[in-house]
Design a protein. Sequence first.
Length: 368
Amino acid sequence: MIQDKYKLLNPDSLDTPAMITYPHLVEQNIDEIIRLCGNPENIVPHSKTHKSSDILNMQLIRGIKSYKCATLKEAEIVAECGANQIIIAYPMVHPRKLDRFTSLIKSFPETEFRAIASTQTHLNLLSEASKNAHKDIGTYMDLDTGMRRTGVQPGSSAVQFYQAIDKTLGVEPMGIHVFDGETLYIPDFEQRSQIVQKNIEKMEEIWKSASDSGIQVEDNLAGGSWSFQHYADHPYIRPTPGTWIYWDTRNAEMEELGFQIASLVLGQVVDDDTEMDTATVDIGSKSCSSDQPLEHRFKLIHHQETELVLQNEEHAVVKLNGASLNVGDFVLAAPGHACTLTVKFPYTNVVSEEGSLIGIYQHDARDR
C-alpha cells in the first residue's frame, strides 16, 4: 500500500501506467474555487482539464452552470449534462466544426451557446452559422494581452473590431474574452497581479469606447489558473480557470492557493542502473505532461529527491539522489500539467480517501 496523503490499496490490481483520481480532493478543489470567486455563478471553468461528464456533474451539483470548451466534443458532453451556458473558446473555421456548432444550438435550445472571434473571417463564418441555426450567436472579442497566440491586439484595432462585431448580421456582441498566457509559470503573486491590472485597463478602454458608441458589453471572461484570482473581484469579469479542478506541480508553485493535486499517474519501476544511480519507470511521454520542460513533466510524490533526467515514449529515467527504488516498486507521479493527462487515458481510476478503487470516470469528451 502507498501511504500518506495519497493512499492506494493493491496497486498491482491496475496495469501501469494508469491515471487515478481522488474525488474527495476534487470536491475540496470545487469548494476552493467557489470560495475564491465568491459564488458559483461567477465562474466559467474550462472543461478541457477533466474532459469527463462525471467531474462535470460534480460541479453542476454545486451550482456551476456556465463552462468554456476548447473542442466541440467537450461542448457536446457539457450540453448533454445540462449546463446553462457554453462558450467555445476556440476560433471555429472548419466547416464541419461550424456545422456541429449549429447542430448543438438546435439540439439544446435550453442551453445558450456563445463563440469568440478575432478576425473578420470569424465573423463572416459565425454570421452564416447564425442563418443555419436560426438564431443570433453571442460573440466575445478575443483580445490578445500578450501571449501572441490568438486575438485582436489592444488599442484602436480592438475598438474597431468590437464595432465590427456589432455590425455583423446574426452576431451579437457579448464582451471581451482574454486568456492571459503571459502570466503562466510566474509564481510571484504581485507580479501576476500587476500584469492582470494592466490587462483590465486594456479591457476598460474598450468598454468605454463601446459604451460611447452605444454598443453593449454584457459580459467579460478572463484568466486561466495562473491569473483567475486576480480577476475574481471585478464586477464585470467572470474568471475562466481550467487546471484548478485537478491541479498539478507547476500550478502548486502558487503557494497562496489551497487547491490539491487530485489526479496522479501510477507507474512501476521496470529497471535500474546502480552505476548511474538511476531507476527506469514506465511513465513515458505517452502517459504524462510531455509539453513541459523535462524537469517539470512529473514528480514522484513519495520520492521528492528524485529527478527526471530522460524520457521516451514508454520510459522515464529518474536520478535517485538517495531514494530507494527497486524493480517492481510502484510509484505515484504528480503531473506537471494536469490538462494533458485526460487525452492520454480513456478513463481515470477513482480512488477513495481510504485508498480503495471504487470505479472509473470516463473521459467521454476526449475526442475532438
